[in-house]
Design a protein around this ligand. Structure first.
Ligand code: HPA
Length: 266
């Protein structure tokens, strides 16, 4: 396993971070980090041995500081399998955050909606996930809804935050694919048949690693598009990022409310 000690040293030296809450931001999502006060920014490129993010829409930096008086650290951008990284590499941020003392992790991503009732612009609070990468076998993926992966208290917090703000949210199962190509309509039908609600190319390695490290996790997807076959036009990365930008403001309002409520837990 890749040693993260030097990476940790760099972040601790620059931030003196002692908060309990972290957010990982997906493609095209960044406004929440602009609201952080007394902020320190650490580009991933300045962290020893830290993998580079190569994807447009991912800025590649940690930002720490205070959000509404709550200490927080945000990872802007992540690594993916389709960039050639291993499980070990894509989960470096989570292992680092654990060593920093994080207790609550909010994972965000952009995803395609599998359900006509959940149009682009809705935010999906994940209550479960499925692994559609078929890396180990070709068996049908199973729904994982255990609270070690999708903390029930955090789901409640997200639900009540979205109700307070009247922001369109839904609940569902996040399906993880390897990418980088988008799915075929037949693959999407398969996911729907097995109980999937949204599809994306990240997040599940982070959920699994956080669970192993005892971090309580909440996953929220910004639904940027209808998945292949539901949408009849071919999907592009530019469309995903530009729609994420469009919904980023509402997403940041929702995330801010959630962070404040999470800080009041215990
Ligand atoms: N499929 C896979 N990943 C995605 C999608 C999609 O439709 N939208 C955003 N990320």
């Amino acid at each position: 396993m890749i040693n993260t000690d030097l990476m940790l040293e760099k972040i601790v030296d620059e931030t003196n971070f002692d908060g309990k809450i972290a957010i990982i931001l997906g493609s095209g999502l960044s406004i929440i980090s602009d609201k952080i006060e007394k902020s320190t920014t650490i580009p991933y490129s300045s962290i020893p041995n830290y993998p580079k993010t190569t994807i447009e829409g991912h800025s590649g930096e940690f930002v720490s500081g205070e959000l509404n008086g709550v200490n927080i650290i945000v990872a802007k951008g992540r690594m993916h399998y389709y960039e050639g990284y291993s499980f070990d590499q894509v989960t470096i941020p989570v292992r680092l955050l654990s060593k920093l003392g994080i207790k609550y992790l909010i994972i965000t991503n952009s995803a395609g909606s599998l359900q006509i009732d959940n149009p682009p612009g809705h935010f999906m609070i994940a209550d479960s996930h499925m692994d559609f990468t078929f890396r180990h076998n070709s068996d049908n993926p199973r729904v994982n809804s255990h609270s070690i992966f999708h903390d029930s208290k955090l789901i409640e917090v997200a639900k009540s935050a979205s109700e307070n703000l009247s922001i369109n949210t839904c609940f569902g199962c996040y399906c993880w694919t390897l990418g980088p190509s988008y799915e075929t309509p037949a693959e999407i039908q398969d996911m729907q048949r097995l109980g999937g609600s949204a599809v994306g190319m990240s997040t599940v390695p982070e959920i699994i690693t956080a669970a192993k490290l005892g971090i309580k996790t909440l996953t929220i997807s910004c639904l940027t598009n209808y998945a292949s076959g539901i949408s009849t036009t071919p999907l592009t990365h530019n469309e995903v990022v530009s729609n994420a930008n469009k919904f980023d403001k509402d997403f940041s309002v929702l995330l801010e409310e959630i962070v404040v409520k999470v800080s009041e837990l215990n």
